[in-house]
Each structure stands twice: as structure tokens, then as C-alpha cells.
Design a protein around this ligand. Structure first.
Ligand SMILES: [Zn+2]
Length: 366
């Protein structure tokens, strides 16, 4: 193999061979690092932040072994992952961690069981202020209901446009981006109007199917808002929630329509929320997007350069160019034509340190 540039003096040269692909480390912008992948999400989370620390670190390490060198946590209980992030900063045996702290949700709303999450409409500014005071990287808000909270429905909205505008203004005044969980069209419309920085999931779910509103689709695609989709089920695991499973083809169709309309789609996993979503599910998520879109390079970009850009890390990681840190993934096979190569990890490097690999995981059937 011919080096692009001569290695600097004293550098160790590692040859991985001609059958491998060198990629930037994967960037998973939507995980729950402190959650235990239990069937019932709320069962997997200890109450005390101190008790969440060891499992969160183990989960982060599992993500790293799967090639994920940057993780954004979008919802912990009582700032547990913010504390982990602070404690492990600079530790190259773990991925880079960004964290939102507890999501902002309504009383009894989606993920209300997370300590610090429930917020009255009148207290939104204070809730943002509290998160800013804890040094969060992003504010997470549950604009619609979700699939994993009993009594919560993804097609129903929790916060309207006016409340969301207040939230976005206070977060942006503090220099913090807003990531908005939004399934239904009403919630997505409010997100576009209020100018959030990212929408999470964007399934367009309705009570009996998937919404097809070409105006909303066009507005979302043209808004510059990041659309962070969260596929990535491991093979052999339990199926997704019934409401998702029955709408899967329609949801994929909507994602492809957004993709073709030029939306800023990035791929992530929502890892931690259930048994089918372990913290190293990212390769499967990229594979699913590549299969649906027929665009393997586009899917890889959505998991590397564009994913890094979406987290404000464009100058830090996500590209193989001089000046970015050496968060690297080496896989066996030609990943640019066969994304399944991501499952054959040769080596993972975190800021130049070899931290994981080799390892091999099964391809999904079909
Ligand atoms: Zn989530």
C-alpha cells in the first residue's frame, strides 16, 4: 500500500492490507447510553446517577467496539450521562460523548419516568436554564408522544409551536442547539416553525398510518433542520413496536422522499431503548439506510461526515482529512459498495489509539 504522505518521524505504521476500507469513526447522534435495553425502557435505569455510571461506561465501550467513536446521548435520568461525560473527558478508551441531560417532557408525557424530565409549560425557560447550568451539549425536547411510554401516542403533540419557540429562543440564547423528538406531522410542523436544530425519528406517524403532506415534506427538507432517523435493529432480536412495524415500509418511503428532496438526513440508532437496540447497533442502521436508498456512499456520509456536522463537530471528526482527529474505523471489505462490511471490524482507533477489533457480527437476513 502506498502512503498518501510519508509517516512522520517516530510514527508507528500499521498495515491493514488491501482487502480493507478505512473510514472515519461512526457518529451516532441518538443513543441512550445509561439505558439497559430492557423490554420496558423504564426498568433498565437505576434511580441514582452514581449507579448508572458503570453501565453507561460499559454501553459506551460497546458502541466504540462497533466502530462508533462519537456518541450523543439524547435523554438520561438526572444528568447521569452528563456526569459520565465530565468524568471521562479525554479518556481515549471511550467514544467522545455529548449529552442532553433529561429530555424536557410534559407531566406524564413521553419518558416522564426520567428524573428531571417533567416540565410544565410555564417552566420551560427555567428548564432550559437548568440544563445550560449543567453544561449540556444539546437540549432534548419531546414534542410528540412516543412508542415506549405507556399512555403516550407518537401522533399526538405534547408541546405546541408557542412553547417550542420559547424553548428554542432560550436554548439558542445560551448557545445550545435543540434536538426535538417528533413523530407526527403536527409536531414536525411546530418544529419547522420554531426553528429547532434537529428533529428525531420523523416518522410522520398517524393513528392509522403515515401522513403524506408534500408541503411539510418540502418545508422540512428546505429548512436546513437535521432529520435524524433512527433505524438499526439487530437481527434475531425482538421486532420493533407494533405501531412502527406495521408502518415500516411507509416510513421508509417518507424518509426516501425527504432524502430525494435534499433534507439533511443523518442516521442514528436510539440505542438503549429496547432489546433490539444494543449500543453497537449503528452498523445495522447504516446498512438499513443503504438498502432502502440504494446509495451506500450516501448512507456512509449520513453516519460520518454529515453526522459529525450535525453535532457541530465538522472541524473535529467525521472526515479523513488533515487536521481532524484520528477517530478511525477499519473494516474488512469494500464498504463504499457493500455497507455490510461495517459488520467486519478490523480495528477501531480513537484519536490514534487502537481501542477495539477485530470483531465480526452477523449480516441481517435478506
Ligand atoms: Zn431516544
Amino acid at each position: 500500500m502506498r502512503p498518501v504522505q510519508p509517516a512522520p518521524d517516530g510514527a508507528m505504521v500499521v498495515e491493514h492490507g488491501p482487502g480493507t476500507t478505512l473510514l472515519p469513526g461512526l457518529v451516532d447522534g441518538h443513543q441512550h447510553v445509561s439505558w439497559g435495553c430492557q423490554q420496558s425502557a423504564s426498568d433498565g435505569i437505576p434511580q441514582e446517577p452514581a449507579a448508572q455510571r458503570a453501565p453507561a461506561i460499559a454501553n459506551a465501550r460497546r458502541a466504540l467496539a462497533g466502530g462508533v467513536t462519537t456518541v450523543q446521548d439524547l435523554g438520561d435520568s438526572d444528568y447521569a450521562v452528563v456526569e459520565v461525560r465530565n468524568a471521562v473527558r479525554g479518556d481515549r478508551s471511550l467514544p467522545r460523548i455529548l449529552a442532553s441531560g433529561p429530555p424536557i417532557t410534559t407531566r406524564g408525557g413521553h419518558c416522564h419516568f426520567l428524573v428531571g424530565a417533567q416540565t410544565a409549560q410555564a417552566d420551560i425557560a427555567a428548564a432550559v436554564g437548568a440544563r445550560a447550568g449543567r453544561g449540556v451539549d444539546v437540549v432534548k425536547v419531546m414534542v410528540s408522544g412516543g412508542n415506549i411510554t405507556p399512555g403516550s401516542l407518537p401522533w399526538e403533540s405534547q408541546f405546541g409551536e408557542a412553547a417550542l419557540r420559547v424553548l428554542v429562543q432560550h436554548a439558542h440564547d445560551a448557545g445550545i442547539p435543540v434536538a426535538a423528538h417528533a413523530h407526527g406531522a403536527t409536531a414536525l410542523r411546530a418544529c419547522v416553525a420554531a426553528g429547532v436544530d434537529a428533529v428525531e425519528h420523523a416518522t410522520f406517524m398517524t393513528a392509522d398510518g403515515v401522513d403524506h403532506d408534500p408541503t411539510l415534506l418540502r418545508e422540512l427538507a428546505g429548512s436546513g433542520i437535521v432529520v435524524r432517523i433512527t433505524p438499526g435493529l439487530v437481527p434475531g432480536g425482538p421486532p420493533p413496536p407494533a405501531a412502527i412495524a406495521s408502518r415500516m415500509q411507509q416510513i421508509l418511503g417518507q424518509i426516501l422522499a425527504l432524502w430525494e428532496a435534499g433534507a439533511r438526513i443523518v442516521v442514528a440508532t436510539d440505542a438503549g431503548i429496547g432489546p433490539g437496540k444494543p449500543h453497537d447497533a449503528m452498523a445495522y442502521a447504516v446498512l438499513q439506510l443503504a438498502a432502502a436508498s440504494g446509495d451506500p456512499v450516501g448512507a456512509l456520509r449520513a453516519a460520518t461526515s454529515q453526522a459529525a456536522d450535525s453535532l457541530g463537530l465538522a472541524e473535529t471528526c467525521g472526515r479523513l482529512v488533515p487536521g481532524r482527529c484520528a477517530d478511525l474505523l477499519v473494516v474488512r471489505g469494500q464498504a463504499t459498495t457493500d455497507v455490510g462490511a461495517l459488520l467486519e471490524v478490523e480495528a477501531v482507533y480513537r484519536q490514534g489509539d487502537h481501542v477495539a477489533g477485530p470483531s465480526s457480527r452477523p449480516r441481517p437476513p435478506g
